[in-house]
Design a protein around this ligand. Sequence first.
Ligand code: UGA
Length: 372
Amino acid sequence: MQVVLLGGGGFIGSHLAEWLLRRGRHEVIATDINHEKVRHLLDHNRFTYFDSDIHTDTALTRQLLESADVVVNLVAVATPKTYTLNPMHVFELDFLDNLRVAQQCTDMNKRLIQFSTCEIYGPTWLSLVPQDLRTPDFMARADITQSEETTAMITGPIHETRWIYATSKHLLERVIHAMGFQQGLDYSIIRPFNFVGPRFDFLPSDKKDESPRMFAQFMDALLRSGRISLVDGGLAQRCYTYIDDAVEAIGRVIEDTSGVTSRQAFNIGNPRNEASVAEFADLMIEIYKERYWDGVAGLPEVVSVPGKEFFGPGYADCDRRIPDISKARELLGWEPSWDLRGLIGETMDSFVREFRSRHRDSDAPVAIGSRS
Ligand code: UGA
């Protein structure tokens, strides 16, 4: 198959490209605005890459879509700070530019695998229930698992600009569903639940004007003896998924020729790996101390900061996100296997190796910041 990965140079795209190339039977064509994460694939004889922005390079995008058997669209801003501070950019890229690709796929009769987000579910319904109504009996029966088929989507008031991302993706999913329903588009939707792994985002100290997601923030603090900021006390909970588990599921959707995944949305996540942000930080510090710490360099200071201070006034958060993955289990025969400790350790290893190689002192202690 000729698989076109739009946004194929990012964290997920780079792992997906590796997975597809390992299968040995696909041509992979990827585009992105930066090729750092696929540099190691550039010489592969079945991998072609273009530095290209779907927002401006519409002619190239169209040309690539024409040649594709399957189009995988991963293009999106996916960092909450950008949602709160630059919501127009998020709407233009994550909705308008993605919509154009979906329309072209419909016109050209191409199969589209569209990346969406677990964030379209928003906060859980339970977060709207006042504390005094949450009796033990009520809580025992409260099911907050998020299902593609039954869960309603919740967002907040308009001044909470964070929700521009979830609502853009939500509307995109609805329009793609309608294109399938009325115009015959063959599509599948992927809703990732906090994938983590090598090449995740970037260290914030390397890009001062951008803000990556949690794992990279905490990793930077560990590597540089900095500060771990627990937003609003780190009480929010997520289910974390190792990237190898995730691409195994996504790869099965891409390779499906039976039609069983057609016009379906899939939660891809690991419901067994739920942790609060504070617990996740503790686990990262614990693993870091076991494996990399020299016992001398300063460990990060852990502080609680208000979300509106850390991300901007339009910030709001999702309390919990637990995927119901019964559809992926049933239709893809898929089961995630990496546990929390395993996925943190593996990802941390890759960050430490990369950091050490960049600083050319692989035998030295990793933390190079001030001593506590
Ligand atoms: C982001 C995207 O918005 C989702 O669409 C995407 O699906 C998801 O990442 C993902 O990785 O799959 P979110 O989980 O909120 O959503 O992103 P993070 O920035 O990783 O935040 C996770 C939690 O950690 C939030 O509660 C946030 O407030 C907290 N956080 C983040 C901190 O406490 N400290 C930090 O330094 C960064």
